[in-house]
Design a protein around this ligand. Structure first.
Ligand code: ZN
Length: 453
């Protein structure tokens, strides 16, 4: 493959802005030579170039119901009343619908600066619970949507077996999600066959409510050592209480005590942690998967950010229900939630002089890359060539030196400052427009109009 040579006034590399950087790209990956000097044959990208952000948690179909569960019901609304609305919507989605919704979502992710998505995919079967003629039809819809949009994908087929910690059967509206362990492992195997530069397959255990201990052990014993493992862990207080009642300890503690949790794990919504769990999770090296806009929208609670960072914890961000699709908004809410509770400023920056935006962006790149199970989230030799170019003509970046550029990007923009986006060496967003935007959005419009009818 031929070599493309780019240069940036400032590129975010190795935890800091590096001036006058030359970026070579070959075969979808960076070729970085520290001694390289920009010459006339290189293409200038812009003033500020950043690695693309991994989105470590997504349920793509939920994008099509964003904004449709914000009207108060007869009693107090909660995560659980939202879940009923979501189950009702999920009943109507088939493979073609899922592909249309996911492709539109992934276009929006790319325009916002996400270049990779971890799709936590549990909508497997027909509405009555029987498999499609191709048991992987819904998974393939996700794969095809990601290919169309040109976003990187870590596909996480979800094992979902029971309706609670007590092992009760799935409810009627959960039948689409269910697998035996054997059928699940066959699905995982079939999906791994198509892995490559832009696609990786991992595994996901829906939650401790939905996968009992023997099934967790069976899956972990059967999968390849390098595969990422994701789980919803402690999003809601009632699930913490149910775990305490039936297992005698809290969910994160139970998981850490029961299996070898390490850096390949991503604990999504590790929201409710006591101080011992916070320390143990940080020491495990697992990624805390945080989804601040969804967690705010669903009234989940707040993650103990400062002690987790202080103890060396790894974190990343996801847009989960897609009530918002913006790494900027996730990071802003991650910090602002802490400020509102602590009545302090600059919480995520733990040392004097440190920038909050730089700290959060850098941590989320590293945690997102680990959760993705692939070499992304960094402008470094041999990493996949994913990058975003900020719009340096925006008034928000005028007269900003590099020391304030990231904080201006994260905290001050209401119009996205992402101008151009590259995934695996290919431009997918130019001047804010996705290369397949009109076709994908037209199909999405037809799909949601039909679903509404
Ligand atoms: Zn989720």
């Amino acid at each position: 493959m031929s070599l493309s040579t780019y240069r940036a006034d400032y590129a975010w590399q190795g935890h800091r802005w590096c001036q006058d950087t030359v970026l070579d790209v070959r075969d979808g990956h960076f070729v970085i030579d520290d001694q390289a000097v920009a010459n006339g044959s290189s293409t200038r990208l812009g003033k500020y170039v950043l690695p693309g952000m991994p989105n470590l948690h997504s349920h793509a179909f939920q994008r099509a119901m964003a904004g449709m569960a914000e009207r108060r019901g007869p009693g107090d609304d909660s995560f659980w009343t939202w879940r009923e609305a979501m189950y009702g919507f999920a009943q109507r989605i088939g493979p073609d619908d899922l592909k249309a919704i996911a492709a539109q979502l992934y276009v929006e992710m790319l325009q916002a600066g996400y270049t990779h998505v971890c799709e936590f995919h549990y909508l497997h079967h027909q509405p009555d619970g029987s498999p499609w003629s191709d048991p992987a039809a819904m998974s393939q819809a996700i794969v095809e949507a990601a290919e169309e949009a040109g976003i990187g994908l870590t596909l996480l087929p979800v094992l979902y077996m029971t309706g609670g910690f007590d092992g009760r059967p799935l409810g009627e509206r959960q039948r689409r999600f269910g697998h035996t362990v054997d059928a699940y492992l066959r699905l995982v195997d079939s999906l791994r066959a198509g892995d490559g530069t832009r696609k990786t397959t991992g595994v996901a255990l829906h939650s401790l409510r939905a996968v009992q201990p023997d099934a967790i052990q069976a899956v972990l014993g059967a999968i390849a050592r390098e595969m990422p493992v994701h789980i919803h862990i402690a999003e809601q207080v009632p699930e913490v209480d149910e775990c305490l009642a039936l297992r005698g300890c809290r969910p994160v503690q139970w998981l850490l005590d029961s299996v070898a949790v390490d850096a390949r794990w991503c604990l999504v919504h590790a929201t409710h942690l006591d101080s011992g769990e916070t320390r143990a999770l940080a020491q495990s090296g697992a990624v805390a998967g945080l989804c601040p806009t969804t967690e705010a929208n669903l009234g989940d609670g707040l993650f103990p950010l400062a002690p987790f960072i202080d103890q060396g914890g790894v974190l990343g961000i996801g847009s989960d229900s897609h009530i918002s699709v913006s790494p900027v908004e996730e990071l802003r809410w991650l910090e602002y939630g802490q400020r509102l509770v602590a009545r302090q400023r600059n919480v995520a920056a733990r040392q004097a002089g440190q920038s909050v935006g730089e700290s959060l962006f850098e941590r989320s790149l590293a945690g997102g890359a680990a959760a993705s199970g692939t070499t992304i989230g960094t402008i470094a030799h041999k990493a996949r060539a994913d990058l975003i170019v900020l719009d340096d003509t925006s008034p928000l970046l005028m007269a900003r030196d590099p020391g304030h550029a990231m904080d201006s990007f994260i905290f001050s923009g209401n119009v996205p400052l992402v101008r151009d986006v590259m995934v695996a060496g290919r431009w997918v967003v130019r001047d804010g427009q996705h290369i397949e935007q009109s076709r994908i959005t037209d199909r999405y419009r037809r799909t949601v109009e039909r679903l509404k009818a």
